[in-house]
Design a protein. Structure first.
Length: 162
């Protein structure tokens, strides 16, 4: 489950429903989860229960990738190219400067987790609103059909409609 979530985050996907859809349609997600599809509620529950552990692990992954020069502000890539072994000015500094970098990365991780929660909530509320509108439309159409049936003299019960 964690593989899917971390991979999805690396691709900018922070919605449990979108992760479920990716597991249904994307070959990489299928390979990561052995061609099974977790329900979006299972993904959302996993993130809620293990948010601290996900944050700590994601932080370690991002720090490692950043140290190797694999992270930019717009692209996350691991492509197997050789890395230069020169010492980086960016990672030589005081402990305070390194702590500031760590806090910045923690903030980004928290942002992604909060965005995940927000998207899941928004989708749930939007789905409920859509379902309510759909039910109201069906009820109003059914009422209109009953009026037409009554006007045509149908009892509306056992007779078949043409």
């Amino acid at each position: 489950m964690l593989k899917i979530i971390l991979f999805a985050y690396s691709k900018g996907i922070t919605s449990s429903r979108e992760m479920q859809w990716c597991c249904e349609t994307n070959i990489i997600f299928k390979a990561l989860f052995c061609d099974t599809v977790p329900h979006f509620t299972t993904l959302a529950s996993f993130v809620s229960r293990h948010a601290d552990e996900i944050e700590a692990l994601f932080e370690q992954v991002l720090l490692g990738c950043h140290e190797q020069g694999l992270l930019g502000n717009e692209l996350f890539a691991i492509d197997g190219c050789k890395m230069s072994s020169d010492a980086s000015k960016e990672w030589s500094g005081t402990f305070k400067e390194l702590d500031e970098k760590r806090e910045k990365l923690r903030g980004l991780i928290r942002h992604h987790l909060l965005e995940h929660y927000a998207r899941d909530e928004a989708e749930t509320e939007a789905d409920l609103d859509r379902d309510i509108r759909r039910a109201k439309t069906i009820l109003s159409l059914d009422a209109a059909m009953n009026k037409v049936d009554t006007a045509q003299g149908w009892a509306g019960g056992s007779e078949s409609r043409k």
